[in-house]
Design a protein around this ligand. Sequence first.
Ligand code: ADP
Ligand code: ADP
Ligand code: ZN
Length: 208
Amino acid sequence: MNYIFLGMPGSGKGTQVELLVKKLNIPMISTGNLFRKNIKNETKLGLKVKDILEKGDLVPDKVTFEMMSAEIKNMDISQGLILDGYPRSLRQAELLKDILNIDIILNIELSEDQVLLRIGGRRTCKCGETYHLKFNPPQKEGVCDKCGQELYIRDDAQEETIKNRIKVYKEQTEPLIKYYGDKVINIDGNPSIPEVTEEIFRKLGISD
Ligand code: ADP
Ligand code: ADP
Ligand code: ZN
């Protein structure tokens, strides 16, 4: 089975994807993480997309698709794949259709007010792990539980950028919910992290 996660920035996609990956033992791709890795390593792609991420705009569809599909080619996806952050536009969904059959879309629903609280307290590790100052703090302040590196605040966490990311989501990404129709499973993103996980597992028919 191949899965997609949809939801506003900060709705909890990355957090839940990681838990589902552990449960199902299948690989995942996070386009946001891949872009951030390229920016950090100052690759050609990274230099090209740095300003776009800082503004909270979408990287062009073709560039994103090529990065994502190159990644898929190097993976064993025979048991399935989870996509976090792809597709984010109708065009990206159309491009994806030719290389991968999507079975289930998990759409995490959260109000804009909550999204702002979530992004405001988010702390990220270079290894991909995500924390929250209040809702999911690391054991030792400012340090990743998993790998010990220092946590940082993402460059796209300024208020203006967050507002733009929400606008971009509504205009370009939200139409995908209609596009995927009855393949979409809505998940209430408001409860605690384990409660959201439980709802996802229950709706997917996976036992805890
Ligand atoms: P969030 O977790 O807040 O939803 P991501 O980490 O998924 O954000 O993405 C961060 C940024 O990377 C986006 O704001 C966008 O600039 C870029 N990006 C990620 N995925 C895509 C995509 N599928 N298409 C275009 N741009 C993308
Ligand atoms: P997304 O990938 O959709 O942008 P994240 O998974 O990065 O979202 O979550 C955004 C922030 O909210 C992170 O700081 C994360 O620790 C926190 N978070 C995620 N899910 C929940 C939840 N159910 N309750 C409270 N905080 C959460
Ligand atoms: Zn880490």
